[in-house]
Design a binder for this molecule. Structure first.
Ligand SMILES: [Zn+2]
Length: 253
């Protein structure tokens, strides 16, 4: 069996990790301890052995295909593997992640994931999960010029500018950031309902249930925002409405 040689110091954050935290507006001392790259491979071998000890057919079953009940749309932040926070196993979550868990109607990557999840995998639930202490939210709220991420989070900055009176009235920076993170999840759930794929399955009454969550990185707990999606389910797509009017008018003649 291949066993990688350990020749690098362990449990020391790499310079690039520290740099990345600064890039996202973080300046705190990082207290996390990290595995070395060689440890990742050894951990993998140990995990496989544990799984096989519990169930010799585990990987045979895993490789037979996927039928996940959940699509998880989350932030790219390294602290948010939802599988750990929810004790879910490989095969349970279909995943799309990007900075600040955004749903963009022009993001072909996201739209392909969404279409595959809904039409082919037939997921029963879509979870849009933001989180507190999000670097993308900080970049949007504070308008720092730090590169391409500014372009990416600009829709969230627009949300902030729309709700500026409400957000700026909050007494602390943390409360302002937390509120924008919540507003962002609501906006992304709304965006989800604007996609043609969701429109299609809604009209067929086959749409999955949609949930807006926030993961509180400070406690590890998930908060369900209990977003009512009915308001967006009922809005007819303007193009569809136009098509119906056209059909009605033509039927009259
Ligand atoms: Zn984030």
């Amino acid at each position: 069996m291949f066993l990688p040689k350990v020749d690098a110091p362990v449990n020391i954050p790499s310079r690039s990790t520290v740099k990345q935290l600064e890039y996202l507006g973080e300046t705190r001392v990082n207290l996390m301890e990290y595995n070395s790259i060689d440890e990742l491979l050894r951990n993998n071998q140990a995990w496989v052995a544990e799984k096989l000890a519990l169930d010799p057919t585990y990987f045979e079953k895993l490789s037979s295909g996927q039928s996940p009940p959940f699509l998880y749309i989350g932030c790219s932040d390294s602290r948010l593997p939802l599988t750990n926070f929810t004790r879910t196993e490989p095969g349970e979550l279909f995943v799309h992640r990007n900075i600040a868990n955004q749903i963009s109607l022009t993001d072909i990557n996201f739209l392909a994931v969404l279409e595959y999840a809904i039409l082919h995998l037939q997921v029963q639930h879509i979870i849009v999960c933001g989180h507190y202490d999000c670097g993308g939210i900080k970049a949007a709220l504070e308008g720092r010029t730090i590169g391409i991420i500014d372009n990416w989070v600009n829709p969230i900055r627009e949300l902030y500018l729309q709700k500026r009176d409400e957000i700026d009235a909050l007494p602390t920076r943390q409360e302002r950031l937390d509120r924008l993170a919540e507003i962002n999840v609501v906006a992304q759930v709304k965006n989800l309902y604007q996609t043609s794929i969701m429109r299609q399955v809604l009209s067929q009454q086959k749409a999955p249930m949609v949930h807006g969550w926030l993961l509180d990185i400070r406690t590890g707990l998930i908060k369900d925002l209990n977003i009512s999606t009915l308001q967006w389910q009922l809005y007819p797509c303007p193009l569809l409405l136009e098509f119906r009017l056209y059909t009605i008018l033509n039927d009259e003649h």
